[in-house]
Design a protein around this ligand. Structure first.
Ligand code: AMP
Length: 287
């Protein structure tokens, strides 16, 4: 496995591969790998001749009061895990190379970025869309793989790639969970044992909503109430949002017709966790 840090070196390697007729897959990450990241890498390997994993804790997507400085990092462990999966290039650009002095260009995906995580994290998706477009130019992937864990992010990136004619296929992959159901996240490392136990309420809320839908309930208020009740009755929690939305536009739906997405963001003391699931009126799914 090669480790590349300079954007121009990454671009040169991508150009060389493309010149040889090779297909490239990209998995963008902020590192501190868990099985969720590894599942994206394993999938990426099946989709291309060369797999690039980018590891960049992107300052542009963190608000001033957020956890940029304390975001967990372990490059040595990440490199060992990526090597085991068979990653061809671990791409680790420096912030100063991504945003050199004078940098002033940002990509804004308008409506999709406004609600949900965008409402509580102003500017977040502009930072995400900007860095992902830069990564697309640097790595020149044919396929880019993202997790459904960050469901709004996935929709923002699909829209950005379509709107700006980026010749890449953006693929969303299922959420990988701990054995008890907690969605894997680098931020789970912030949780103490009591908070870790409380964090399970997100998954329990998704399950309760799913059970209600399976029993025939379609109404938004009923479904959200069932999920919210489980969260509010759990210690240390504060709901940031609980939303039932159209899977593509992310606009609120009043009732489940076909498919809808239930999205949750919950504070467990000082740690903000997100999770989501598809809810379908016609088939058993999903979480
Ligand atoms: P991050 O390093 O948290 O920015 O995540 C990098 C990529 O991994 C994103 O596309 C995430 O959606 C994805 N991801 C994070 N956690 C999970 C998970 N539990 N299951 C599947 N994908 C995930």
């Amino acid at each position: 496995m090669e480790i590349i840090s300079a954007p121009q070196d990454m671009q040169a390697r991508a150009r060389q591969w493309r010149g040889q007729g090779l297909n490239i897959a990209l998995v963008p990450t902020m590192g501190f790998f868990h099985r969720g990241h590894l599942s994206l890498m394993e999938y990426g390997k099946t989709q291309a001749d060369r797999l690039v994993v980018s590891l960049f804790v992107n300052p542009a997507q963190f608000g001033p009061a957020e956890d940029l400085a304390r975001y967990p990092r372990d490059l040595e462990r990440d490199a060992a895990l990526a090597r085991e999966v068979g990653v061809d290039v671990l791409y680790t650009p420096e912030a100063a190379a991504m945003y050199p002095p004078g940098y002033q260009t940002y990509v804004s995906v308008e409506a999709l970025s406004q609600g949900l995580c965008g409402a509580s994290r102003p500017g977040h998706f502009t930072g995400v869309a900007t860095v992902v477009l830069k990564l697309f130019h640097q790595v020149q992937p044919h396929t880019a793989v993202f997790g459904e864990k960050d469901y709004q992010q996935l929709q923002v990136i699909k829209r950005m790639a379509a709107d700006l004619d980026v010749p890449v296929t953006v693929v969303g992959r299922p959420i990988v969970r701990e054995p008890d159901g907690l969605a894997m996240s680098s931020r789970n490392a912030y949780l103490n044992p009591a908070e870790r136990a409380a964090a399970l309420c997100l998954y329990r809320a998704l399950l309760a909503a799913r059970d209600l839908v399976i029993s025939g309930e379609k109404d938004r208020e009923q479904i959200l109430a069932a999920g919210s009740e489980i969260i509010t009755s759990t210690p240390y929690t504060r709901i940031d949002y609980a939303a039932l939305v159209d899977p593509e536009t992310l606009e609120d739906v009043e009732a489940i017709e076909g498919e809808a997405r239930l999205l949750l963001a919950v504070w467990i003391n000082k740690t903000r966790l997100i999770d989501n699931t598809m809810l379908s009126e016609s088939r058993l799914c999903c979480v």
